[in-house]
Design a binder for this molecule. Structure first.
Ligand SMILES: [Zn+2]
Length: 402
């Protein structure tokens, strides 16, 4: 299923064959929380901007419109008219971070919907049933994502429970995949490594879950309060203990620099709300760093967001026009910035893959980081940046984010 095509140091160039098509890795998944990329971007747009995998959110789709509704309409692929791979998260992250009032037991978690306050119970079996109803290509295991830092004793207990939950997820998904009316009988399950910033707990957990021989593994619980340095250190320790010949997914991370560092440490899959969120605020990524299109200097600028960019927006529209749309509060301005940013991320991943194919990823990474740091007025001192908390996953909490 997963082929390891090429290696450069610890970086991997891989390919995952799925029932919905091939995923070339490293890959950035484009986040469509509630079956849409925020910023009025549709599935057909995703094809035009080079998206391989769309990511949707189990919790949000369970609350609204309801996974049963989506199943009755043929599953998520048909519902949103997207025929390529979809990954659904387990809902665990939202349950643990979004729901203020919650109660964790061995069976699962009781909490209240953030939309209408109704009581919901979700455990491993419920999460698998919802994801099975959605029929995603890849389902994620139901886990507890603890905040960083959390007390060691708590993290230990939580990780043990997450392992027991993973076994239940595996068994339940196997059962669901056998059912006659299942949407996607080939649904894959990825397990998730947890353990906060405690390397030894994480390593032990990685070894335990690797025994289950699942189709893929994720490193979760990062970019939830720890610094960049801590995150990179955790990846350095943990990734070597996950199967080399399985895809590795770093959840909810991050900036282009975070992604380049993750690839170097052996990560295959990434996702983050960053490019779409930034786009909605008029912040666009370029090879010279991030630009704020609200700035007055773009008022009469006839150039595209980035000269030479092949995205559908840069091929047609000027900075001046997009700035005007943003200033006027036109939704089109947001949409253009989101499209460009996702193109930028997807293209960077294609460049990373080409770099790995040709054995020059290290050189590519260095050049890309230097160019982006140099050109960006917003970029602060890199050392200072590394000490700051990693942005990302925490931002993905709400479906109603601005
Ligand atoms: Zn562009």
């Amino acid at each position: 299923m997963y082929q390891l095509l090429k290696e450069e140091g610890r970086a991997k160039r891989g390919r995952l064959e799925t029932v919905h098509g091939t995923i070339e890795t490293p890959v950035f998944m484009n986040v469509g929380t509630a079956a849409a990329i925020k910023g009025a971007v549709a599935a057909e747009d995703l094809k035009e901007i080079g998206c391989q995998v769309e990511l949707s959110n189990t919790y949000h789709l369970h609350v609204r419109p309801g996974d049963e509704v989506i199943k009755s309409l043929g599953g998520l692929h048909r519902f949103m008219n997207w025929d390529r791979p979809i990954l659904t998260d387990s809902g665990g992250f939202q349950v643990f971070s979004l729901a203020g009032l919650r109660k964790i037991r061995e069976e699962g978690v009781s909490f209240h919907s953030h939309v209408d306050g109704r009581a919901i119970f979700m455990g491993p079996e419920e999460s698998m049933r919802i994801q099975s109803n959605l029929g995603s290509t890849i389902a994620m295991a139901f886990d507890e994502c603890v905040e960083n830092p959390s007390p060691r004793e708590y993290v230990e207990r939580s990780v043990d429970r997450t392992t027991r939950w993973l076994v239940r997820c595996r068994d339940e998904l196997a059962r669901l995949n056998e059912k006659e009316d299942t949407v996607n009988p080939h649904q894959l399950l990825f397990g998730i490594d947890q353990g906060g910033v405690y390397d030894d707990i994480r390593i032990r957990h990685a070894q335990e879950i690797s025994q289950l021989d699942l189709p893929g593994y994720a490193v979760g619980g990062l970019s939830v309060g720890e610094s960049h340095e801590e995150m990179y250190r955790v990846l350095d320790s943990v990734v070597p203990h996950l199967p080399r010949r399985k895809p590795v997914y770093l959840m909810g991370v991050g900036t282009p620099a975070n992604i380049l560092e993750g690839v170097e440490r052996g990560v295959d899959f990434f996702d983050c709300v960053y490019p779409s969120r930034n786009g909605r605020h008029g912040h666009v990524y370029t090879n010279e760093g991030k630009k704020n299109l609200f700035n007055a200097c773009y008022e009469k600028d006839p150039r595209p967001i980035e000269e030479g960019c092949g995205c559908p927006v840069c091929r047609r529209h000027s900075r001046a026009y997009i700035r005007h749309l943003l200033k006027a509060g036109e939704m089109l301005g947001m949409r253009f910035c989101v499209l460009h940013n996702l193109w930028f991320y997807n293209t960077m991943m294609a460049e990373i893959r080409a770099g790995l194919d040709e054995g020059r990823f290290a050189l590519y990474k260095k050049a890309k980081l230097e160019a982006m740091a140099e050109g960006s007025r917003d970029t602060m001192d890199r050392e200072k940046e590394r000490k700051r908390p990693v942005p990302g996953a925490r931002d993905a909490l709400t479906g109603g984010e601005k």
